[in-house]
Design a protein around this ligand. Structure first.
Ligand SMILES: *[C@@H]1O[C@H](CO)[C@@H](O)[C@H](O)[C@H]1NC(C)=O
Ligand SMILES: *[C@@H]1O[C@H](CO)[C@@H](O)[C@H](O)[C@H]1NC(C)=O
Ligand SMILES: *[C@@H]1O[C@H](CO)[C@@H](O)[C@H](O)[C@H]1NC(C)=O
Length: 536
């Protein structure tokens, strides 16, 4: 489509069009509409304009960052990054592997002594500066994120501020890494506990939150004095590289933050094999998390894992139906259903089931599917074709097993990776969608009778990340919240993530917590010092 457009426009006209866009957009819009009516090229044009501006802002980076230097892969191999909304190639980044990862590990290792020996206040100042730059560039970062990830621009902006929030929080927490003095057991002894950084950290992050999943790892690591190698998801490396560029601009010294991407298995195994890397932190699937945990055993690394979920949402008869619908909508359809805390199963009590299904359907029909760069769009595309195929398989399986489609249930008329926001009624526990994360905009409703039934269904999964419940009866709500085997509970609330609260799961949803005052512990070791034979 881009090529078709270029062939229609003389190069000077295209150039002019791209240049004028940042200052005044009305002429461009008129022109875009005219083009759109003729050839449907508006989407392509939008991406090109956005890219041009990002390039001018210096945030469109297409190399990895190792020891403070932007680098290509040693053998020149590249990895294409596509826009999921249009299928267009955005840019090529380096396809890096073992060699580059080892260089990055060495850079992080070399940077560690001086970074860890800075005072907490010095590290805090660097993080503050980084935070300020992330916020100052929020519009650019959000556009870059929408281009590579697909989420609506408003959501992307929300993620930038959420992601920056971790940097601000840990700029503050850096100064609060307190130790202990333990009452002595003998008169001539004194017992102390120091907290020290674990060392070089390997951070492997997913494509669904291209910024926040990085900052919630990197910020506490840097605050505590660790140095880091980040491997962003191959589908969304551009936001990570832009954030790294801003870290450099903030004066964070070379080697403290490195970014490599490309051959995920090779990079992963180089991080795991190295005795210099003392900690692996990962957000992604349970299957990959298990492999990393097993791999980390070889050198007994510290491990934090944020893995898959299978979030239940329990709607009791006595729920405030508007609150329940709003909460379900927010948690289920955010990022087109592609978050690990998205509701996966909606358990609805008998007495409210029909009314709730009707009200949810009305709300879902109001969602706007489209290119995330367009105004008013609430639902972007899914990340790729494989994601759509998985959603289709889950829906087909549910229908085969007797569920009925209340709305949606197929690809959106926009085609490619767009899927209609969907509700499935009369779901049962044997359906695939009740057992596995669908990671798409599909809400299956399952009917239940008693509170005990609801808790049993909710807990009958190997996962335990987020859960949700809606009731106006506080005694019941509290009782159920305690019985849910989950790391997080949204009680009359569908949007629970915040940098100030501990995020994480139990069971096979992971190990450790991110965010809050607890999140920094994952990057600290305790050292016990026993001072003896004092002449007192
Ligand atoms: C559930 O299935 C029954 C038929 O078995 C149907 O009458 C009812 O409309 C369905 N409810 C929903 C919400 O899909
Ligand atoms: C979760 O539910 C299961 C099945 O009902 C039950 O065995 C388990 O005790 C519950 N967990 C808690 C913490 O109550
Ligand atoms: C809350 O639920 C309990 C049963 O779990 C019931 O005894 C109580 O009356 C309810 N409270 C209100 C205010 O409805």
């Amino acid at each position: 489509m881009a090529a078709k457009l270029r062939s229609l426009l003389s190069p000077p006209l295209l150039h002019l069009l791209l240049r004028t866009s940042s200052s005044s957009s009305s002429a461009v819009l008129t022109f875009q509409r005219a083009l759109h009516s003729q050839m449907g090229a508006v989407v392509t044009l939008k991406s090109e304009v956005a890219l041009k501006e990002l390039h001018e802002a210096g945030l469109l980076r297409s190399q990895g960052l190792i020891g403070g230097k932007w680098m290509h892969a040693h053998d020149g191999r590249t990895l294409p990054v596509y826009n999921p909304a249009t299928g267009e190639l955005i840019i090529n980044v380096p396809f890096m592997g073992e060699k580059e990862t080892e260089l990055a590990i060495d850079a992080a290792w070399d940077a560690f002594p001086s970074w860890s020996q800075k005072t907490a206040l010095e590290r805090s100042r660097f993080l503050y500066k980084w935070y300020e730059l992330l916020v100052a560039k929020k519009e650019d970062l959000a556009r870059l994120m929408t281009l590579e990830q697909g989420k609506p621009i408003k959501e992307a902006l929300g993620e930038v501020l959420y992601g920056a929030g971790f940097v601000q929080l840990y700029a503050e927490e850096a100064k609060r890494v307190y130790g202990d003095i333990i009452p002595a057991t003998l008169p001539d002894r004194r017992l102390f506990v120091l907290k020290q950084p674990v060392g070089v950290v390997g951070a492997i992050t997913p494509w669904n939150f291209p910024l926040a999943m990085i900052t919630r790892k990197v910020a506490p690591a840097l605050a505590s004095g660790c140095t880091v190698i980040v491997k962003p998801a191959e589908l969304t490396p551009l936001t990570a590289l832009a954030a790294a560029e801003l870290a450099l601009q903030a004066g964070i010294p070379p080697g403290v933050l490195n970014v490599v991407m490309g051959d995920a298995p090779q990079i992963g195994s180089a991080l795991l094999e190295s005795t210099k890397v003392r900690k692996i932190t990962f957000t992604g699937s349970t299957a990959v998390g298990k492999k990393l945990m097993a791999g980390a055993a070889k050198t007994v690394k510290k491990v934090s894992l944020e893995l898959g979920g299978n979030a239940p949402c329990i709607v009791f008869d006595d729920a405030d139906i508007d609150v329940a619908v709003r909460g379900t909508l927010t948690s289920k359809y955010r990022n087109s259903g592609q978050t690990c805390v998205c509701i996966n199963r909606v358990l609805v009590q008998d007495g409210i089931y029909d009314r709730f299904a009707e009200a949810l359907k009305k709300a879902v029909l109001a969602l706007q599917v489209g290119n995330g760069l367009d105004d008013g769009v609430t639902q972007g595309p899914l990340i790729n074709e494989a994601a759509v195929k998985k959603v289709e398989a889950h829906v087909q399986d549910a229908v085969n097993k007797g569920a009925n489609i209340l709305t949606g249930g197929k690809r959106h008329s926009l085609g490619s990776t767009y899927y209609e926001p969907t509700i499935i009624g009369n779901a049962t526990e044997d359906m695939l969608i009740m057992r596995e994360e669908v990671f798409g905009p599909v809400a299956p409703l399952i009917r239940f009778k008693t509170e005990e039934d609801a808790i049993r269904i909710a807990n009958s999964t190997e996962f335990g990340l987020a859960s949700y419940l809606f009731t106006e009866n506080m005694s019941r709500g509290w009782r159920v919240a305690e019985a849910l085997e989950y790391g997080m509970v949204g009680f009359n609330e569908g949007s629970i993530s915040t940098e100030v609260a501990p995020f994480g799961g139990v069971k096979q949803s992971g190990l450790g917590r991110e965010g809050s005052k607890y999140g920094i512990d994952e990057y600290l070791e305790m050292k016990y010092i026993c001072l003896g034979n004092m002449k007192v």
